[in-house]
Design a protein around this ligand. Structure first.
Ligand SMILES: Nc1ncnc2c1ncn2[C@@H]1O[C@H](COP(=O)(O)OP(=O)(O)OP(=O)(O)O)[C@@H](O)[C@H]1O
Length: 282
């Protein structure tokens, strides 16, 4: 089980060293080290309050770290502002407020494409550039399975389709590493399945850091898993290594395995409804 960084910074898509963040006396992120390999889906799991969202915010630049370094393909990100990280290829998805309700799917994607092209909101526009942005937006809509809803208002989308639009907005920024914060949240079985398929397909093009409570989705998608407990990395490993790790089971579930198994036998839950106390490391 690797706690230490075994890859040189340039060999991994994202390398994190000694990352720290505290709120008052409480460490939300405690000396976190990560080496995330290119082309992987790397899941970050842990109980409620473990520091998963804080970690994503530190990686995206939405939050300033107290200490630590972040490298994107060997390039230092930790002193850059959020937008500069997006421009370098480090983008966070599922900031649901980034969707404009009053715009169609295609218009939303077009705005994201134009931002990426530094075209702004209509300044220095040319019809050729507008057409190129529209074509690129349509390609992204197809990529996330929203071509049939391209002209629909975003406010009229189902929850699952809206979350796919969020992925589309992130893809429009041409990320090399995509940070995803609970993409399956609030989804039923079918919508989760569609999102799993979409994330699986993204692996061909980019690296995904996935924070997710739905363990079925994590086990279906992850090449590597890092377990956070109280802000610190407890373990990093393959799905099989993490499932077999007694320390993880104990710390993550807060109970021993036999207790968990007996409780699990009597429980029935639908996908996407799992909470920290019902998360499984089966
Ligand atoms: N703005 C803040 N001010 C003070 N404490 C905070 C703040 N944000 C987070 N925390 C604390 O930091 C710790 C980590 O929180 P964080 O939201 O990152 O955990 P999480 O693993 O994402 O939890 P969850 O699974 O419930 O989303 C928690 O103890 C939380 O209460």
């Amino acid at each position: 089980m690797a706690h230490e960084i075994s890859l040189p910074a340039s060999a991994s898509a994202l390398t994190v060293k000694g990352l720290k963040k505290s709120y008052g006396g409480l460490y939300a992120t405690r000396d976190v080290q990560l080496a995330i390999q290119a082309g992987h889906v790397h899941a970050i799991i842990g109980p409620n309050g473990a520091g998963k969202t804080t970690l994503l915010s530190l990686l995206s630049g939405a939050l300033a770290a107290d200490a630590g370094e972040i490298f994107l393909f060997g390039e230092a990100m930790h002193e850059r502002a959020e937008q500069a990280r997006v421009s370098a290829g480090l983008t966070r998805s599922f900031q649901i407020t980034s969707v404009f309700d009053e715009l169609s799917v295609l218009q939303n994607l077009q705005v994201a494409v134009q931002r990426q092209q530094h075209a702004g909101f209509g300044f220095f526009r040319s019809s050729a550039r507008d057409q190129a942005a529209k074509d690129a937006a349509l390609a992204v809509a197809r990529r996330v399975g929203l071509e049939k809803s391209a002209h629909q208002l975003s406010s009229q989308l189902s929850h699952g389709a809206r979350r796919r639009l969020d992925v589309g907005l992130a893809i429009a920024c041409k990320p090399r590493v995509l940070l995803m914060d609970e993409p399956m949240a609030g989804m039923g079985h079918e919508e989760s399945g569609e999102m799993i398929e979409l994330i699986q397909s993204l692996k061909k093009e980019l690296t995904v850091v996935l924070v997710e409570h739905d363990m079925d989705a994590v086990f279906a998608l992850a090449d590597r898993i890092t377990v956070l407990v109280q802000g610190a990395v407890l373990a990093t490993g393959s799905v099989d290594e993490i499932r077999a790790n007694a320390e993880v089971r104990l710390a993550y579930l807060g109970e021993d395995e036999s207790e968990h198994e007996s409780r699990h036998e009597g429980r029935h839950e639908s996908a996407g409804s799992k909470t920290a106390h019902s998360e499984e490391v089966p």
